[in-house]
Design a protein around this ligand. Structure first.
Ligand SMILES: [Fe+2]
Length: 253
């Protein structure tokens, strides 16, 4: 059996419906992305942080309503713009899970919390690293790790200054096992595809605003909102592609 994952990230909703993020209606673009993705068959949706821009309960509840349209389990991770306590309290139990793990034999998805209060960058810290190590030491099947902050440099100076502070410790834990097949993140509002040894490294466009790759300073990009499809094969192979909305009125330019 292949596990079919819809990866969306950095939805940046607000307490006020259809509020604008740098002049973009991120709720409208999220609706557009979900409409575009809905005809495909998915087993679950994975949302890697910056679920809301303002840490608001109302934003989380509307995100849950939007994701509910897909009718599959949703796994959510906090980003730097999120408020983990509000997120945990606002999301309905059952349909949405946050942090933790998800078992879909032979795969295990491990969702890590890199939110660091008051910081743009992230840190896993001892508890999450210990949890990851314990997870990798249990079982033998392939593992996909998801978190918000990039654990490698992505080639943009301003973003690389706010990545994962304890990335070296993260890789020490990952490298102690051979189970990890992929690491997936958000935060950078752009596509990233690379490999690190046998491990596939992936980031995806935001469902809203895009950042310009390889920029030294903050720069918005005109590329359309998008999402990632991941097909996790029973043989441990990841088949993945990025899909985007057509350029249109959601574009900044
Ligand atoms: Fe973001």
């Amino acid at each position: 059996m292949t596990l079919r994952i819809l990866h969306i990230t950095d939805t940046h909703l607000f307490a006020t419906p259809h509020a604008r993020h740098h002049d973009l209606d991120t709720e409208a673009t999220l609706e557009g992305v979900l409409r575009a993705a809905a005809p495909r068959a998915w087993d679950l949706v994975l949302v890697t942080g910056d679920l809301v821009h303002d840490g608001s309960t109302a934003g989380y509840r509307r995100l849950a309503d939007h994701l509910g349209v897909l009718g599959v389990p949703a796994l959510c991770i906090p980003g730097n713009h999120d408020d983990p306590a509000t997120l945990a309290a606002a999301l309905p139990r059952g349909a949405l899970t946050w942090r933790g793990r998800h078992e879909a034999a032979p795969w295990t998805l491990v969702m890590l919390d890199s939110h660091l209060p008051g910081a743009v960058g992230g840190e896993l810290g001892g508890t999450e690293l210990q949890r990851l190590g314990a997870e990798l030491a249990t079982g033998t099947g392939p593992v996909l790790i998801a978190l918000h902050h990039p654990p490698v440099a992505v080639g943009s100076a301003w973003m690389d200054a706010d990545g994962l502070r304890d990335a070296a410790a993260f890789w020490r834990v990952v490298d102690a096992s051979r189970r990890v097949k992929g690491v997936l993140w958000g935060h950078i509002h752009q596509t990233f595809d690379a490999t690190r040894g046998r491990i596939r490294l992936m980031a995806s466009p935001s469902t809203g605003l895009q950042f310009t790759p390889h920029s030294t300073e903050f720069a918005l990009d005109a590329s359309p909102p998008g999402y990632r499809s991941l097909l996790l094969g029973a043989d441990g192979v990841i088949d993945s592609e990025i899909l985007r909305l057509p350029a249109g009125p959601h574009s900044l330019y």
